[in-house]
Design a binder for this molecule. Structure first.
Ligand code: SF4
Length: 61
């Protein structure tokens, strides 16, 4: 799974609350730690579904 965050992100922090292992807020924007996605897929999807501006893109492969 790959997680990417678009520049629509408003830094609200919802993703880092839902999936703190993967997401953190850096300079008012979310960043995802690619190395932590494995094992946290469900919370990543949850974060994407709850992003208010639809900035989190999930690619399954
Ligand atoms: S939930 Fe969406 S808008 Fe909020 S910080 Fe995460 S990526 Fe950005």
């Amino acid at each position: 799974m790959r997680v990417s965050i678009s520049n629509k992100c408003i830094g609200c922090g919802a993703c880092s609350t839902i999936s703190p292992e993967v997401f953190e807020i850096y300079r008012n924007s979310a960043v995802a730690d690619a190395d932590k996605i494995c094992g946290n897929e469900e919370s990543c999807i949850d974060a994407a579904l709850n992003c208010p501006v639809n900035a989190i893109k999930i690619d399954e492969y």
